[in-house]
Design a protein around this ligand. Structure first.
Ligand code: ADP
Length: 648
């Protein structure tokens, strides 16, 4: 009996001990900031601590019959339950991160851990678990991940380095920029590895110390690609990086590739410099232009004055007239060049090409330049091949090229010099050289002289000035013909040579234009040829009429389109020289109306106008004109045209 009594008391003692332990544990569990829970093997609630009720807002009565997973975020439920089953199967502790619903309906992240307690047969009796709130930790980790992906995917160069300049992180774009696939561990990369030698002193001795002192700094410097040694201009923003305890941990940079911007800036700077140079050249040009246009006016006025007095000896009379002709020719040349240059700058210059004989072109050019060459008493030597060669060219324009070069050779050579014009045909091209033994061209100017308004020496007092546009025209015209022009000179006082290269064509093709007919004088002109001159500029009309009368024609003048049509019937001219811009009825309409008259189709009607573009020529052709002459008319050309028109 005594024994039995003792047994019971021991058991009771043990039970009391157990209860006390459980009470202690429960009190501990109640005091814990985590959720603590115990479930049965099937997951139904056995015990939840106070934190659970506080968090979920559910009372013990309400959650009767709930399983532990009932408050899980729907997206996390499947993974959580499968992990739980897994640990049920393996006996390993359960661990999972998932979201629990709070009493306000929001979810927070928890780290759940649980352990199964099993009986002697290995059957799970209970689950003991805790849930630790990891919401803040999760948020920080997410934020860190977001920042990291920002840095990783940024196209900027982002790096962190220690104060010795050894990078311990460079983002992928940064690595690519300096030509690396990854940051090498050994040998350790240093900042100066991707700086050019000439920039290192500034960056390492000035820029970085200032960043360290003031905490931040900006500069622009080139980075070197360590593989290709290519340079990229970078806009650097560098700063000191601080640890959470406020200590200075190293340097960081977010730098941007500004190579393209720098390139554009350089381009703009050069453009601005060019523009201001061009501006200066234009100002000089305008001054020269005024000077050059005024130059021939004085002798012309003097000449007119002398002629007014009359009673000159025949040789003086001839001399005065020749001088006036020369000066006028000079003015016409200037204005022609100016117009051509304006066409060139507006891309309006058109060629009327055909297969022409180079010999004819050069003869024409020599004829044009002969007066100037003779005036300076130069010796002109021609070296032409026995067999002629042909080029696909605009006869007038190509003649103009060589006349310009010959004129320059004459102008820039001391009197009594030697000018040589040589033709060297080759397989598919021909080289024409114009060489003189004149003042020569300094080497730095050899290319520049082809630029608009460029003159080697503007201050030089020259007897034959220019505008600095002749060679621009030459170059452009030669290029329009598919060729090129180069200048060479052994320097000041050693003469110059201009070589024009042009493509050859195999065979000649006949001219289809009366303009280049060889000059021929008419011995017995038919005085019955009547010419009607129509021009609203009275001086222009009168002087032209005078010239034509002196050539032996019967001439009548009218000053507007309607009068021209009226006079046509009465006068019945064989040739009509018709201006285009006319009062009352313009030249095109006047021409059309004349063509409708009884004798209108037989008359030759020639347009005389200031407009010489292909478009203008086409319009006059369409209006019924036979030919198109551009003012001012060269009397010799007019005479040739009249002859050929009358013969056709
Ligand atoms: P311009 O003769 O009207 O000044 P160009 O364009 O024909 O203009 O020539 C430009 C400059 O090139 C001339 O001012 C002159 O300084 C130089 N030049 C051209 N041809 C010769 C030459 N044959 N010898 C020396 N200098 C030349």
């Amino acid at each position: 009996m005594v024994l039995v009594f003792r047994d019971v008391s021991i058991r009771k003692q043990q039970e009391a001990q157990l209860q006390a332990n459980e009470l202690r544990l429960r009190r501990m569990a109640e005091a814990m900031p985590q959720i603590v829970w115990v479930t049965r093997s099937d997951g139904y609630r056995d015990y939840y601590n106070r934190r659970w009720y506080e968090f979920t807002g559910v009372s013990p009565e309400e959650c009767l019959g709930w399983q532990w997973q009932d408050l899980l975020h729907p997206d996390d439920r499947e993974k959580s339950v499968s992990r739980w089953r897994e640990s049920l199967r393996t006996g390993e502790p359960f661990e999972n991160e998932h979201r629990y619903r709070a009493k306000d309906g929001s979810y927070r992240w928890f780290l759940a851990r649980a352990l199964a307690v099993r009986d002697d047969d290995g059957q799970v009796m209970n689950w003991y678990g805790t849930c630790t709130d990891i919401e803040e930790f999760k948020r920080t980790a997410d934020e860190r991940e977001r920042f990291f992906s920002l840095v990783k995917n940024s196209s900027e160069f982002i790096a962190i380095c220690n104060f010795d300049g050894n990078p311990n992180y460079i983002n992928p774009s940064g690595l690519r920029l300096i030509g690396l696939e990854e940051l090498p561990e050994q040998p350790q990369l240093t900042f100066q590895d991707f700086l050019f030698a000439e920039d290192q002193s500034y960056v390492l001795n000035d820029f970085l110390p200032s960043v360290i002192e003031y905490g931040q700094g900006e500069t622009e410097v080139r980075f070197k690609n360590v593989t290709s040694h290519d340079a990229r201009w970078m806009s650097i923003n560098a700063f000191v990086i601080y640890g959470t305890d406020g200590s200075r941990e190293g340097l960081g940079t977010v730098s941007r590739d500004i190579t393209e911007r720098r390139r554009l800036e350089d381009h703009l700077r050069r453009l601005a410099a060019d523009l201001s140079e061009a501006d200066q050249r234009k100002d000089e040009f305008l001054a020269t232009l005024a000077h050059e246009l005024r130059n021939p006016l004085a002798p012309l006025r003097n000449g007119l004055q002398v002629l007014k007095f009359g009673q000159l000896k025949p040789e003086d009379d001839l001399q005065i007239r020749e001088m006036m002709e020369r000066q006028l020719g000079q003015m016409v040349r200037l204005v022609d060049d100016l117009l051509d240059v304006s066409r060139i700058t507006r891309n309006k210059l058109e060629l009327r090409r055909e297969h022409v004989s180079l010999k004819d072109v050069l003869q024409n050019a020599v004829e044009t330049s002969r007066p100037l060459i003779n005036e300076f008493k130069h010796d002109l030597k021609l070296h032409l091949p026995d067999n002629d060669v042909y080029v696909d060219a605009d006869f007038t324009r190509l003649s103009q090229v060589f006349a310009n070069l010959l004129n320059n050779a004459a102008k820039y050579t001391e009197p009594g010099g030697l000018i040589e014009l040589a033709v060297s045909p080759q397989a598919h091209q021909v080289i024409v050289s114009v060489k003189d033994n004149g003042v020569g061209i300094p080497a730095p100017m050899l290319v520049k002289i082809f630029e608009m308004f460029t003159q080697v020496d503007r201050t030089l007092e020259r007897s034959q000035g220019g505008l600095g546009i002749g060679l621009t025209l030459v170059k452009r015209l030669v290029e329009l013909h598919g060729g090129k022009v180069e200048a060479s000179s052994a320097g000041h006082g050693h003469g110059s040579e201009f070589r024009v290269t042009l493509p050859l064509v195999a065979s000649p093709r006949a001219f289809d234009d009366g303009n280049h007919l060889p000059s021929q004088r008419i011995a017995n002109r038919d005085v019955t040829n009547r010419i009607m001159v129509v021009d609203d500029n009275v001086d222009s009309a009168n002087s032209l009429a005078l010239l034509l009368k002196m050539m032996g024609y019967d001439v009548r003048i009218v000053h507007d389109g309607l009068s021209a049509v009226d006079l046509f019937d009465e006068f019945q001219p064989t040739i009509v020289l018709l201006d285009i811009g006319l009062p009352k009825l313009n030249g095109y309409d006047a021409c059309r109306r004349i063509r409708e008259r009884r004798l209108g189709t037989r008359a030759k009607i020639i347009a005389i106008t200031g407009w010489g573009q292909e478009n203008d020529r086409r319009r006059s052709r369409e209006a019924g004109f036979d030919a198109h002459l551009v003012k001012p008319i060269d009397p010799t050309n007019l005479e040739r045209l009249l002859v050929s028109t009358l013969q056709s």
